[in-house]
Design a protein around this ligand. Structure first.
Ligand code: AMP
Length: 216
């Protein structure tokens, strides 16, 4: 049976970092709608052009665009046995579209919570790799050589949406549009709440246990 893991939580909660580790541990593809949009932007596609203004201002890309892009991605053969979603769904309409598509699959939502002040510090200090999307942090995980990714040697950049102003907007969008998605999965009895403020290794162990509970 197909198993779909959904990572929920505000921007900066650690979804991307943990999703990459979980994907390795569970041999399940990591599907990030933010990464898919950034790929489209980098390649100059029409979709990337349409998404750009929303992303740069910290708003959500309209549901129809996100849902089509995501469904194209998860239709690929590597997602047949299941996949791990990072950054989707971010609205109740997206969650409903996913439900309609996934009838029969095992779904588990892992919800990371972290206080706002810590989220702002995490996001505004982030340096992302252009090559492999690995994330360094200027205080918590600085690269050995400034501006260079420890993992792949690619160059590091600060996402334009990680500026203080856009981060505040992303957090308010999260509170208004994405928080209700938690209630959606809680009502279905498939939500696990996890404390995302602990160390990355502690958060990872808790997430892996919750994810495996879903599979076992
Ligand atoms: P992320 O990398 O997940 O923080 O996503 C970066 C930006 O991409 C978000 O601030 C949105 O503008 C857009 N985005 C990513 N996923 C979604 C989604 N599920 N729905 C709407 N917009 C999204």
């Amino acid at each position: 049976m197909q198993t779909v893991l959904i990572l929920l939580g505000p921007p900066g909660a650690g979804k991307g970092t943990q999703a990459a580790r979980l994907a390795g541990a569970l041999s399940s593809p990591h599907v990030s709608t933010g990464d898919l949009f950034r790929e489209n932007l980098g390649q100059g596609t029409e979709l990337g052009q349409k998404a750009k203004q929303f992303m740069e201002s910290g708003r959500l890309v309209p549901d129809a665009l996100v849902i089509d892009m995501l469904f194209d991605r998860v239709a690929k053969s590597d997602c047949q046995a299941g996949y791990l979603l990072d950054g989707f769904p971010r609205t109740v309409a997206q969650a409903q579209a996913l439900d309609a598509r996934l009838s029969g699959a095992t779904v588990r939502a892992l919800n990371l919570s972290v206080a706002d002040a810590a989220l702002i510090e995490r996001l505004t200090g982030r340096w992302t790799c252009k090559g492999c999307a690995h994330v360094h942090h200027e205080r918590f995980s600085p690269p050995v050589k400034a501006g260079v990714c420890d993992k792949c040697g690619g160059s590091l950049y600060q996402r334009t949406d990680d500026s203080r102003e856009v981060v505040e907007k992303r957090l308010s969008v999260y509170r208004e549009q994405t928080r209700p998605v938690e209630a959606h999965y809680r009502a279905r009895g498939v939500l696990a709440d996890l404390d995302g403020s602990r160390t990355p290794d502690q958060v990872f162990s808790a997430m892996l246990a919750a994810a495996q509970g879903a599979q076992g």
